[in-house]
Write a protein that binds this ligand. Structure first.
Ligand code: ATP
Length: 948
């Protein structure tokens, strides 16, 4: 259960100070008393007990209560004091190895006779490495948390409330006890509330009780009992998964049941992504290899007659130098950059995991309305009794006309009565908009264009019962009392479902039996409109016996009033995004509750369908297929549209695609989409229009709801993966260039080292860090969507990557070995006569260090592409990388020329000819790598090629 508690975010979480805590605790007792008394009260008494009314609170009353009860927020989860978290960084395996090494080096310095300043320098350098690493880790953790918080704040948690008798949308933190909230399926319950109206309502109480089956909720009084078991209460942190309702708030913020339990739970442990785990394993392996190398070097050099302490310190230094200390931090930074870039492009990633998975997405199952289209519905055509009526105007502004409105007035009146949405007049720069379902908004607008006033109609025939829309029935019904005390049910929904429940049609106000020919005529009319890409709804009516008839009596033997068709323009940016996905080998499957003809027309408009005969599969056909046949269907059809499906079908298709080894991203907005969103590799929820439940279940939230943002996020995910691979090749190849000269010198019997541990540390933590970060932040390459998706189980350290590390590292190593031994030999001094202070030796080791730094500059340019020539890709396209490389060379120059640094690093000033030689070696590396890429390009001339 605790996992639910920490995963969920029922209300805004804020930092809590002692004063606000006390303020929040004061009213809690009163709220708890209310909680135990309210379930047994009748609806009218609930309003009295909470000092509220059926019109909700007034704005002034709400402000007063807010001052007493504070905002409806939970206290922030504390992750421990900063100093503790800083200290925790030292418990990491690397940190421990390095701390022990530093202590041993200090000890060696202390015991050494005479005491060598170089040993002390090394001990201090290692300590600096540990501190630096801990600092980076700590800062990284903090910024990751802040990013997560700020990203979360970008999707505000809002709710619908009655204030001064008006329906408003407010941030959930504004709620106070006494507020009347309006709940719909998919809403997260924003506070503890007692229901005063419930229509087929059911909640998922998993966050509180661990029980995830939906439980029905009612509005009537129930006998006293434990508050959590009261069937007429809903609790903060739980979700309304079906139906609709109205409820009076009695507990807010920390005074809610959820708030009480929330305090008791600890923060969720941060989870590492598979990529982070792979890198951690690799880093650990390299650290193990470093330890073994250090031990081996010690074993080889100890008998050579060198002082024991020198050999020990040297071996320890090599070991420390080879440990890839900064790697995990660089990786996190790179992933975090990816997350930020995605957020800037409207895709909020809730888990780092999604950044990786996005890169290998091979199928996107997408909704239609709102994702491919603008979800701006306009009724353009009406059909009643065999006659079509056009409607003019665009959007939700009430400007436009219905041609010959007389025969369709009853159709539009019924449609408008059977709606929960509300039109909001323009304010400031905002045009007319809809609060609620856009399909219903369009019906209200059309009714207005026919001269009807939905509010007046509602007042004349008040609603007494509601059977909310659900995507399985595909119908919604309401029951109204007319002026004579009779009751009428109005039903609207998908034409096929509705027609199956009609036995008559309205003919000039009279109920006439529906013949088979007429039925076929209705279907043809509906198909004709759907074929133009319009969403079609049928509307029907019947008289019912009383105010609350059972659903079976309402939705049967109906009289069809007519059809309503609405246009929802495609989003202009989607076509390009669909094309990009095609080029990237990503399959797009449209999943919609709409009619197949509507679906096909829209899919064609946005480019998802090009084939003259795409595969159209309805929910009913899916039900008839067993798993094997479904697999065959998915394997056989490239262009697949799933139509008239319910959310359960989504889950089945996602699972089947995953069985085929696909990495599936799926979009969803309703409460019923949650299982598919959770099951998919990447659940994508809609930030603007989706439900709270879907947003909770998803790992990515689209701020603009657009399919194009998914395409961009996939591209960015691929780019993050590529960048990580680039800096891993860059960092690991120079390890080879550091190690090989040491081994070569040892085996050649040279008594000193060709590069000291302090020099290696200067490379690892000085000149190499910034280029690695700059590689991790490389801009998205234009061709990133030109290759097929990365296989699901491809390892980061694949044979190709390892081969490249050895290739690049090997060339660097050969180069620096050559300059070192050339210097030594050119001097003519026998190996045994070399001492640490020998100017030739100092020059030679300076050449080795500078050689690695310079060749790393060229290496950084080389790793930017896999196959394409870097000259074609553009050498100047990542200015940060060039700046970082120049900084590294500048640092090296300072180490070579500045006397205090010369003293620390045992270096000597290089002359221009030396730099020219090193630059030549670096250029050679670039040329060798260009040749390798040329060979690869030629081999992959067949168009199948993978990465660039
Ligand atoms: P899309 O892919 O377009 O987003 P969807 O999968 O969300 O569609 P639903 O919202 O389940 O589809 O709608 C299915 C059908 O139900 C629609 O084609 C329409 O005929 C009908 N319908 C949609 N909204 C309502 C509503 N509020 N009341 C009654 N019927 C509706």
């Amino acid at each position: 259960m605790s996992s639910h508690l920490v995963r969920r975010r029922p209300a805004v979480v804020r930092q809590e100070g002692p004063a606000t805590r006390r303020a929040a605790e004061r009213p809690r007792q009163g709220q708890q008393d209310a909680a135990s008394a309210l379930p047994a009260l009748r609806t009218s008494a609930v309003f009295t007990a909470t000092g509220s009314s059926a019109r909700g609170l007034t704005a002034a009353e709400a402000a007063g209560r807010r001052a007493v009860h504070g905002p409806n927020e939970l206290p922030a989860v504390k992750r421990g004091r900063p100093w503790r978290r800083f200290v925790a960084q030292f418990t990491d395996l690397f940190a421990i190895v390095l701390l022990v090494s530093s202590a041993l080096t200090f000890l060696a310095y202390w015991l050494g006779r005479p005491r060598e300043p170089a040993t002390l320098q090394l001990a201090l350098a290692i300590l600096c490495v540990v501190l630096l690493n801990a600092g980076i880790g700590f800062a990284q953790e903090y910024s990751a948390e802040r990013t997560a918080q700020s990203l979360r704040a970008m999707v505000p948690h809002t709710c619908r409330v009655l204030r001064d008798g008006e329906r408003r949308e407010l941030p959930a933190r504004e709620l106070v006890p006494g507020d009347v909230v309006i709940l719909e399926a998919g809403d997260a319950v924003p506070a503890d509330c007692r229901l005063v109206e419930a229509h087929e309502a059911a909640v998922n109480n998993a966050a509180l009780t661990g029980e995830s089956d939906p439980v029905a909720r009612v509005a009537e009084a129930v006998p006293p009992g434990p508050p959590l078991e009261a069937r007429n209460c809903v609790w903060m942190g739980t979700d309304l998964v079906a139906g609709t309702g109205k409820a009076v708030v009695f507990g807010t913020g920390a005074a809610t049941e959820f708030g009480r339990i929330f305090r008791l739970t600890a923060a969720a442990p941060r989870q590492r992504t598979p990529l982070q785990r792979q890198v951690a394993v690799m880093a650990r392996r390299v650290a193990g290899a470093a330890l073994a190398t250090g031990a081996a070097l010690f074993a080889i050099r100890a008998p050579s007659g060198q002082p024991f302490v020198d050999t020990f310190v040297f071996s320890l230094g090599v070991m420390v130098a080879l440990v890839p200390e900064g790697l995990p931090a660089t990786l996190s930074v790179s992933l975090a950059i990816g997350v930020r870039r995605m957020a800037r492009r409207h895709a909020l990633v809730k888990q780092l995991l999604a950044v990786e998975a996005l890169g290998s997405t091979s199928v996107i199952c997408t909704d239609k309305t709102g994702t491919l289209t603008q979800a701006e519905m306009t009724v353009v055509q009406l059909w009643a009794d065999g006659v079509s009526h056009s409607v003019t105007g665009v959007g939700y502004a009430p400007a436009g006309e219905v041609a010959d409105p007389g025969p369709v007035r009853e159709l539009l009146r019924a449609a408008a009565l059977c709606c929960n949405a509300r039109l909001v007049p323009p304010s400031g720069r905002e045009p007319w908009r809809v609060l609620g379902d856009t399909t219903e908004g369009a019906l209200l607008v059309a009714a207005g264009k026919a001269g009807l006033d939905p509010a007046r109609e509602e007042a004349r025939t008040p609603r007494v019962a509601e059977y909310p829309f659900d995507s399985v029935r595909k119908l919604m019904s309401t029951v109204h009392r007319d002026g004579d005390g009779g009751h009428f049910a109005y039903v609207k929904g998908a034409p096929v479902e509705l027609l199956a429940r009609c036995d008559a049609m309205d003919r000039a106000g009279k109920r006439a039996p529906l013949t088979e020919t007429e039925r076929a005529g209705v279907v043809a009319a509906a198909d004709g409109m759907a074929g133009q890409g319009l969403r079609v709804l049928g509307v029907a009516r019947r008289q019912v016996a009383g105010p609350r008839p059972p659903l079976e009596d309402v939705e049967t033997r109906l009289t069809l009033l007519g059809l309503v068709a609405m246009y929802d323009p495609p989003r202009p940016e989607v076509r390009d995004a669909v094309d990009a996905c095609r080029r990237a080998g990503i399959r797009i499957v449209m999943v919609t509750g709409d009619h197949p003809l509507t679906a096909e027309a829209v899919a064609r408009r946005v480019g998802i369908v090009r084939d003259p005969a795409p595969t159209l599969v309805t929910g009913a056909r899916l039900d008839a297929l067993d798993d094997d046949s479904l697999d065959d269907l998915l394997a056989g059809s490239v262009e697949l549209l799933l139509c008239r499906v319910a959310p359960e079908h989504k889950l089945r298709v996602v699972t089947a695609l995953q069985r085929r080894g696909e990495v599936v991203a799926v979009t969803g907005d309703g409460a019923n989409d949650a299982p598919a969103l959770k099951h998919a590799d990447i659940g994508v929820a809609m930030g603007a229009s989706g439900t709270d439940v879907a947003r909770e279940a998803a790992v990515m939230v689209l701020l603009d709801d657009s399919f194009a943002s998914i395409g961009t996020a996939v591209g960015l995910g691929r780019s993050v993966y590529r960048n990580i691979r680039k800096f891993l090749i860059y960092l690991f190849s120079h390890n080879i260039a550091e190690l090989v000269p040491i081994l070569a010198a040892t085996f050649a019997g040279f008594p000193l080292v060709p590069i000291t541990a302090v020099q290696i540390l200067a490379i690892d933590l000085g000149s190499d860090v910034l280029p690695a970060l700059a590689l991790g932040a490389e801009p998205m390459e234009p061709d990133v969507m030109n290759s097929p998706p990365r296989p699901r189980h491809e390892r980061l350290f694949s044979a190709a990557v390892m081969g490249r590390i050895v290739f690049l590292g090997g060339i660097q190593a050969l180069g620096v070995c050559a300059v070192f031994f050339w210097h030594i030999h050119a001097s003519g001094i026998p190996y045994a006569d070399f001492t640490k202070s020998d100017p030739v030796y100092r020059e030679a080791i300076t050449m080795v260090q500078a050689g690695i730094v310079v060749s790393q500059f060229f290496n950084a340019l080389a790793v930017r592409t896999d196959r394409q020539s870097v000259f074609r890709a553009g050498l100047l396209t990542n200015p940060w990388l060039l700046a970082a490389g120049c900084f590294g060379i500048g640092l090296m120059a300072a180490i070579s020329y500045v006397p205090p640094l010369q003293a620390v690093f045992h270096t000597a000033p290089l002359d221009p000819a030396d730099w020219a030689v090193l630059a030549g070696l670096g250029a050679l590396l670039l040329v060798a790598e260009e040749c390798r890429k040329g060979v690869l390009r030629r081999r992959a001339a067949a168009p199948k090629g993978g990465t660039r």
